[in-house]
Design a protein around this ligand. Structure first.
Ligand code: SF4
Length: 205
């Protein structure tokens, strides 16, 4: 899960899966297994996920952190409290908020809401939060509004991705969207310059 969250950055899951398959076929699907590989070999294994030199460096940095600070024990690392785990993840080179929250949610099984491009776009179009709001503020607002329910966070994130890929695409298919009745953007399609009122004002407001 942790490697998958890093490898899926800027690519489709199918490509990340191919890279994970390569790591597994090499018998390197563990913290020490990855750590002992040369950077060149690791980059070759993760090549299908794109940006392979960078992703190899990120995976190596993640493993190094677990080895240096948690005796190589991934379970121990993922058992840290949510805030401490997030702080440590964000301090690892190449791990941003989206990747950190995905690791916390899906690997550590702790309720940290994942804000990704699909979430930002959907909440903007629904008139809930402007697209230029900071992701930090958006995450804090969403988490303040929703009870810290692991299953609900995971399900909601998966559904937002699905909706963003199938319907609320860059060019949205509003005619087939079940949210149209609640969507400022969808209803105002075709009226130039008109935007809905958002529940959460921009950062500058
Ligand atoms: S109505 Fe259109 S813009 Fe609104 S959520 Fe649905 S697809 Fe997205």
């Amino acid at each position: 899960m942790c490697a998958g969250a890093i490898l899926v950055q800027n690519t489709a899951w199918a490509n990340a899966r191919r890279a994970l398959d390569n790591i597994e076929a090499r018998g390197a699907d563990s913290i020490t297994g990855i750590a002992v590989l040369s950077r060149v070999e690791l980059a070759e294994l993760v090549r299908p996920s794109g940006y392979y030199n960078q992703k190899a460096a990120k995976l190596a940095a993640f493993c190094e952190h677990v080895l240096d600070n948690h005796d190589g024990d991934l379970g121990k690392f993922l058992s840290l409290s949510l805030d401490t785990l997030r702080e440590q993840l964000l301090a690892i080179w190449g791990i941003g908020a989206e990747t950190a929250d995905a690791i916390i949610l899906y690997a550590a099984h702790q309720p940290s809401f994942v804000i990704d491009t699909y979430t930002v776009r959907l909440l903007d179009r629904l008139g809930i939060a402007p697209a230029d709001i900071s992701r930090k503020r958006l995450r804090e607002t969403v988490m303040a509004a929703l009870p810290p329910d692991l299953k609900q966070y995971a399900e909601l994130h998966a559904l937002i991705i699905q909706h963003g890929k199938a319907t609320c695409r860059k060019t949205p298919d509003c005619g087939s969207c079940f949210l149209l009745d609640h969507c400022a953007h969808g209803q105002l399609q075709g009226i130039p310059g008109v935007r809905g009122v958002r529940a959460i004002p921009p950062d500058s407001a």
